[in-house]
Design a protein around this ligand. Sequence first.
Ligand SMILES: [Zn+2]
Length: 121
Amino acid sequence: MIKFNLKCEQGHEFDSWFSSNEDYEKLHSRGLISCVICGSCEVSKAVMAPRVKAECTRPDLRKEPPLDDVGRNFPEEARKIHYGEAPERPIMGQAKIEEAQALLEEGVPVLPMPMKPKQVN
Ligand SMILES: [Zn+2]
């Protein structure tokens, strides 16, 4: 038996047991899984989604390991990771807007985050 944490289109979360992932898929495709709260059949797995290299680059700070703060080396480090020259890991750091844009143009996923204003010198 596998327990899946399911979530409906309304955002209700609930647990349900299935004999296998196949069983879940079968029931799901027939619309036989419905939300225990609102009865909606638009249900999907909330946390048991396969861990794939998704295109979504937004880091989930609750689940991901702490970010490696590379500071001003960020653009260089992000590029190295992208091209496989440095170990793949989530990093954070500072980049000028032009640098961040250049990375994005190269296809390096970067996510701008608000920085605490820092006193310069
Ligand atoms: Zn619901």
